[in-house]
Design a protein around this ligand. Structure first.
Ligand SMILES: Nc1ncnc2c1ncn2[C@@H]1O[C@H](COP(=O)(O)OP(=O)(O)OP(=O)(O)O)[C@@H](O)[C@H]1O
Ligand code: SF4
Ligand SMILES: [Mg+2]
Length: 306
């Protein structure tokens, strides 16, 4: 059996605020193999970026973390010293590229410093920039001289420079036009095809469908469904996943009605219940993630087809 690139067990993150606790990530257990591209999808605020920051040891001081996350079967990410791991073995394309870039360094300087720190020649900078669709001639610009899409691509180049075996890409296609979106997605896919692992965090289900091997759907801090991508897009089991797919322009183009709950006041049972047409009294208790969906009344394939 291959050693998973990443496995998490019961990963839970809470933020302490004055008078409240934010349940940002709850009991999250997943396994990602070498060569796999896992997409993590879900509405704004469900905990996707907090998950990414947790795995990179980048949480603020008001956070408490429990559970486990193990890289390559030998490196604890939550309790070990992550400084030697971050960048080199686990890379992050951050969600907010503009704020992630050091404003007083040109793109070239940033990229060359990253390459040097990881023992790669500075002369690789142009090639890495070109690979992410960033014109090497623009590397001599400062971050404030870059468009949002250019800053995004520079961040992708910086994350790729150490050639991490696990890349967590948090909305890496924001601000890009469709050809560059596809270019970026295909680049991530190719990394996996050579044995690396990518976790792609995205709002864009079409992107997930294009490149993901598996998809994990998050709702209100928990994974509510996880399936191979083909199966999930053909036959979602969780009513929330079905709702997300219905919102796609080439499907019903109908948004999921209602809003996600506050993460400071989650119910004891299924957090989707107020928005769910299938809810019953049973849903007042928390369903397990048994099978593919965390749901007491999952959809069966015939219903999806109907
Ligand atoms: N430092 C913090 N202190 C308190 N709450 C926080 C902190 N950071 C994040 N949160 C909360 O944690 C929850 C999850 O946030 P997160 O950024 O992971 O959402 P997301 O799924 O990435 O959303 P989006 O799709 O908009 O990027 C949100 O309710 C957010 O307000
Ligand atoms: S557990 Fe109940 S409320 Fe939650 S998604 Fe399933 S049917 Fe809907
Ligand atoms: Mg986010």
């Amino acid at each position: 059996m291959t050693t998973p690139r990443l496995s998490t067990d019961g990963l839970t993150v809470r933020f302490r605020l004055r008078g409240a606790v934010v349940h940002a990530v709850t009991d999250l257990s997943l396994t990602v193999q070498p060569g796999e591209l896992l997409a993590v999808v879900g509405e704004s605020g469900c905990g996707k970026s907090v998950l990414a920051h947790t795995l990179l040891g980048l949480l603020p001081r008001n956070a408490t973390v429990s559970g486990r996350a193990v890289l390559d079967g030998n490196t604890e990410l939550l309790t070990g010293r992550v400084s030697g791991v971050r960048g080199r073995r686990v890379g992050l394309v951050p969600q907010s590229p503009a704020t992630a870039l050091n404003p007083v360094r040109t793109g070239r300087r940033l990229l060359e410093e990253t390459l040097r720190a990881h023992g790669r020649p500075r002369s690789d900078a142009d090639g890495i920039a070109a690979a992410v669709g960033f014109d090497p001639a623009d590397l001599d610009r400062y971050p404030h001289e870059l468009s949002g899409g250019m800053a995004q691509r520079l961040c992708t180049a910086l994350a790729l420079a150490p050639d991490p075996s696990l890349l967590i890409a948090d909305e890496p296609t924001t601000g890009l036009d469709r050809p560059l979106v596809d270019h970026t997605l295909d680049l991530l896919r190719r990394r996996c095809d050579t044995g690396n692992t990518v976790i792609l965090i995205t709002h864009d289900l079409t992107a997930a469908q294009r490149v993901a091997d598996r998809v994990a759907v998050m709702y209100a801090s928990r994974i509510v469904e996880e399936q191979p991508a083909d199966a999930l897009f053909a036959a979602p089991a969780h009513p929330y996943t079905a709702g997300l797919l219905d919102a796609l322009p080439d499907r019903a183009f109908r948004a999921v009605p209602g809003h996600p709950p506050m993460l400071t006041a989650l119910p004891a049972g299924c957090a989707f219940a107020p928005r769910c047409t299938r809810a019953t009294d049973a849903c007042a208790t928390m369903p397990d993630l048994s099978g593919t969906a965390r749901c007491h009344h999952p959809l069966v394939e015939q219903e999806v087809a109907a």
